[in-house]
Write a protein of this length. Structure first.
Length: 169
């Protein structure tokens, strides 16, 4: 916890405890693995893979009515656009996704859920709600929002760190 300065301002510690960082990253890594397992279970109930389910739910959350570009979906789930292109064609054949060429730029393909996919995902909502209540039973909404905000800030710092490392410091 940051120390308080005389004027009430928080002073951040200058050194970070390496053990605490390793423990934190280990816990976050484990959480990511469990979240992926849950996604795999949900995907199997739709007859698709976990990454395909991630594509569908990303399209669902980002699409504001005109579809969402392959590039934006790829960025959102941190994969290459070619992966989204390949998987979206499979999902299109399964009747779960629509692929439409953008009216303004023929090089861009926009993705949107089919009614069938939307209904199937909606059918999982009550199960998801029950699971969320089980997982987050001891974390009130306001605290969950606070943790989420802190993790979002950490995500931004990690993105910047990756850019810094890629640039060779």
């Amino acid at each position: 916890m940051p120390k308080k300065a005389k004027a009430g301002l928080a002073i951040r510690p200058t050194a970070v405890d390496s053990h605490s960082v390793r423990e934190f990253t280990s816990v976050i890594g484990s959480i990511a693995v469990y979240l992926d397992e849950i996604r795999q279970f949900r995907a199997r109930s739709l007859g698709i893979s976990g990454p395909q389910f991630a594509i569908l739910t990303t399209v669902q959350s980002l699409d504001e009515g005109a579809g969402i570009s392959v590039r934006h979906v790829a960025r959102a789930i941190h994969v290459d656009s070619s992966f989204i292109t390949t998987q979206s064609k499979i999902l299109e054949k399964k009747g779960l996704l629509r692929r439409l060429t953008d009216q303004a730029d023929a090089r861009v393909v926009n993705l949107s859920l089919t009614d069938r996919a939307a209904k199937q995902i909606a059918g999982l909502a009550s199960e998801e709600q029950s699971l969320n209540e089980f997982i987050f039973v001891d974390l009130p909404s306001d605290e969950l929002e606070q943790v989420t905000a802190q993790l979002a800030e950490l995500k931004l710092r990690l993105e910047k760190a990756c850019l810094k490392i890629a640039g060779g410091f």
